[in-house]
Ligand binder design. Structure first.
Ligand code: MN
Ligand code: MN
Length: 308
């Protein structure tokens, strides 16, 4: 009989990959099931870092579930799942998201609003008295760090830190903060990108009060990593201002760990930008504490000043 496949959502993140590996091992040990962890895509750079660090092989990638039964982790909605989900039976779910799921038969459905599915699984292991292998523990702690941004995101719960500490002990990781920072950094590795790729990444244009503003944003765990390349970035922005006829370029560099941003402003309207954020621009740069969202925290104050 074909193995029961355990997998997380499409565009897999670290929690999805780690929880598939962890849940598969747990179910085989605790319930004598015959399961295999698989994935609906290849690991991202952050997950790759964790897999390499703990010497764990990436799960096999599947297009369709070529089996009778599946177990879902880190998702429960069909739209985020395998293409042929309707053709197979969902035998179990380990999740921490809102529920949009129905079934024709009873199933294991374990959903707790904790920081990560790895946290949920950690307590499943504890309850069942199953030992977690060191490498699996390493992946699980990576998942907690990823989903909670090192216990700093507003999604973090009181259950996550004890789980992370317990897993670090099992994995033999003495400094999970240092490891976590490196892992998160690997996921925001901008070093392979050119300055033009950095500023273009997800840049959008806005027409405000007759001026064309171009606003680009990058995520990082250390704004200094980005500003170390300031000269190249300034040159790339200057090129774009003249070739595309933008009046102003606002480059937003967001620290995902402390939820602060720095902006770098080039072109006209420096006074207006400074007024919008109530800051002083020094060589075009200013810090915007607590700002992470372009849509909600950058464009609205600019609109007020430019169109007010
Ligand atoms: Mn996820
Ligand atoms: Mn998750």
């Amino acid at each position: 009989m074909a193995k029961t496949l355990v997998f997380g959502h499409q565009n897999p993140d670290t929690d999805t990959i780690a929880s598939a590996i962890s849940a598969s091992y747990f179910l085989n040990k605790a319930y004598k099931l015959d399961t295999e962890a698989v994935a609906l895509g290849t690991p991202n750079a952050e997950t790759e870092y964790a897999l390499n660090y703990f010497k764990v092989e990436a799960p096999r990638v599947i297009e369709n579930a070529d089996t009778k039964e599946v177990i879902l982790v880190d998702h429960n909605e069909a739209s985020q799942s395998v293409a042929n989900l309707a053709d197979v039976t969902v035998a179990g779910v380990y999740d921490h998201h809102k529920i949009n799921f129905t079934s024709a038969a009873p199933l294991w459905f374990i959903n707790k609003p904790l920081g990560s599915v790895a946290t949920v699984l950690y307590y499943e292991y504890q309850t069942a008295g199953i030992e977690i292998p060191a490498a699996v523990a390493g992946m699980m702690l990576s998942a907690i760090i990823s989903d909670t941004l090192l216990l700093k995101s507003p999604t973090t719960t009181p259950m996550d830190k004890p789980a992370l500490e317990g897993l670090a002990k099992i994995a033999g990781l003495s400094d999970y903060e240092a490891y976590g920072l490196e892992m998160l950094k690997a996921g925001t590795d901008l070093s392979t990108k050119t300055a033009k790729e950095l500023i273009d990444g997800d840049a959008k244009s806005f027409e405000l009060g007759g001026q064309t503003l171009r606003i680009g944003q990058v995520n990082t765990v250390d704004v200094n990593d980005v500003f170390a390349r300031r000269d190249d970035i300034v040159a790339a922005i200057a090129d774009e201002l003249s070739s595309e006829n933008y009046d102003t370029f606002v480059f937003v560099v967001t620290n995902i760990l402390d939820s602060n941003s720095d902006i770098l402003v080039l072109g006209d309207n420096q006074d207006k930008i400074a007024t919008a954020f109530d800051v002083t621009l020094v060589d075009g740069r200013a810090s915007l504490p607590g700002v992470v969202s372009r849509k909600k925290q950058v464009v609205p104050p600019l609109t007020t000043v430019f169109e007010g």
